[in-house]
Design a protein around this ligand. Structure first.
Ligand code: HAM
Length: 421
């Protein structure tokens, strides 16, 4: 037997309806907020991800990079943003829209240590709003994530927010951090030692060093915001207040990807047993990503939710989706002649919008009837010798156990009106 690859999972039929419903809910909410779907490839030229996230752990350690048969250097996408921006630039989307509001749903790939809520192939849905520096847009994007969590019914959830400031503030902060951590380099964990040189921001939210004295006393991004960045952040918070979005300022929140400037945020679930994987989603503003990928000098902001984590959080809070649909009609017909009639009725029912099925494995009446009961169908249609002779169907209501003989011609219609469809 060949097993699934490490860090992957199968969505089996008894779970897949939850995924379909989660996607459905996401699409509805995204449409309400005026976002349109974009579908970009699962693999891109490596530079799409590597150039813009050069120093991030995600790119240095976690991407699936490969050469194809034509010697092209490719990468399975580890996140959605860079590919969407590549497409935005390549398709010159800014020409037709001052503000482009895009959403995406799809798989991503990161070579991480698998554990609960962390996979090597995982699903995200996310948004990118490209083309505006308006701080109200930050509140809209955070508000969208917040509204979705509420729509799912999740309660133990917080929005944590911070600002890294513009490129100048961020650079000043980076230098201050390097100066601060340098004298402590020997006592930092191995990852943080490596980060010190290239990506000191990440030391702030290191899971290993979070109690380290130097981390506790480190400067925060807000200490280095210039006046314009400070004003911008203040304005974002005032819009959040106005929209009644509850948040918590997280002075040490910096996020793992390199492209963020100004607002960064995460949606965190306070759920038992979640451990380090309690971040359901995150995002932020990016000032230079579009330009770095060869486009015009336009800013963007977005976020992504990890969909496995949303489902796990729902399970942990005992929230359920509406149950899987069961058939309206299941047909039982044993003789060849009866099956000829049954198949006619089967297609008629489906054409009229009913979920209908019949058994293709059992030969005798007993096994077909067993299959009908197992399907949890609302009605069972039986076509036996008598029914065939009289051109009728025996319709059994599986809830009331009542059974009646109905002319074949009106059998489907009878069920339609009984179901009030
Ligand atoms: P990210 O924080 O790397 O941001 O990922 C967003 C979410 O994806 C995480 O909060 C988590 O729920 C989920 N996630 C990440 N890695 C895994 C994994 N290995 N297994 C399961 N779930 C995972 C981004 O990806 C940015 N592109 C978000 C963004 C959009 N920023 C601006 N626009």
């Amino acid at each position: 037997m060949i097993s699934k690859a490490k860090g992957t999972y199968d969505v089996l039929p008894n779970e897949s309806f939850k995924w379909a419903q989660l996607e459905d809910k996401a699409r509805k909410m995204l449409t309400l907020f005026g976002y349109k779907e974009i579908r970009t490839p699962i693999f891109e030229y490596s530079e799409v991800f590597h150039r813009v996230n050069e120093q991030s752990d995600m790119v240095t350690k976690e991407t699936y990079d490969f050469l194809d048969k034509g010697n092209r250097q490719l990468t399975l996408r580890p996140e959605g943003t860079a590919g969407v921006i590549r497409s935005f630039v390549e398709n010159k989307m800014h020409v037709q829209n001052n503000l482009c509001k895009l959403y995406y749903i799809g798989p991503n790939f990161r070579y991480e240590r698998p554990q609960k809520g962390r996979f090597r192939q995982f699903m995200q849905f996310g948004v990118e709003a490209i083309g505006s520096n308006d701080s109200a847009l930050d509140a809209e994007v955070i508000g969208l994530a917040y509204s979705f969590i509420k729509e799912l019914g999740l309660k133990g959830v917080k929005v944590r927010i911070n600002s890294l400031g513009d490129n100048e503030s961020r650079q000043n902060f980076k230098e201050a951090l390097t100066a601060h951590f340098m004298p402590h380099s020997e006592t930092l964990c191995q990852d943080c030692k490596n980060r010190l040189d290239k990506n000191p921001l990440r030391i702030l939210d290191c899971k290993i060093d979070n109690e380290h004295e130097a981390v506790l006393s480190a400067p925060t991004p807000q200490d280095h915001l210039n006046a314009a960045s400070r004003e911008y952040f203040k304005s974002v918070l005032s819009y959040l207040d106005s929209a009644d979005i509850t948040y918590e300022i997280a002075p040490k929140l910096v996020r793992g990807l390199d492209y963020y400037t100004h607002t960064v945020f995460e949606i965190e679930a306070d759920i038992e047993g979640f451990g380090a994987q309690n971040v359901l989603g995150g995002g932020g503003r990016y000032q230079s990503l579009v330009k770095e990928l060869g486009g015009p000098d336009l800013p963007g902001i977005g976020f992504a939710f990890g969909m496995e984590r949303l489902l796990l959080a729902m399970e942990a809070e005992l929230l359920s989706f509406s149950s899987e649909p069961t058939p309206d009609i299941f047909l039982v017909a044993t003789s060849h002649e009866a099956r000829l009639e049954a198949i006619k009725i089967l297609f008629e029912a489906r054409n009229k919008g009913l979920i209908a099925d019949m058994d293709y494995t059992g030969t005798n009446f007993k096994s077909q009837f067993k299959a009908a009961l197992k399907s949890n169908s609302k009605y069972i249609f039986i076509i036996g010798e008598d029914e065939l002779a009289n051109l009728t169907v025996a319709i059994k209501n599986t809830e009331t156990q009542e059974q009646e003989q109905v002319p074949m011609k009106i059998a489907v219609r009878t069920v339609i009106s009984a179901l009030g469809k």
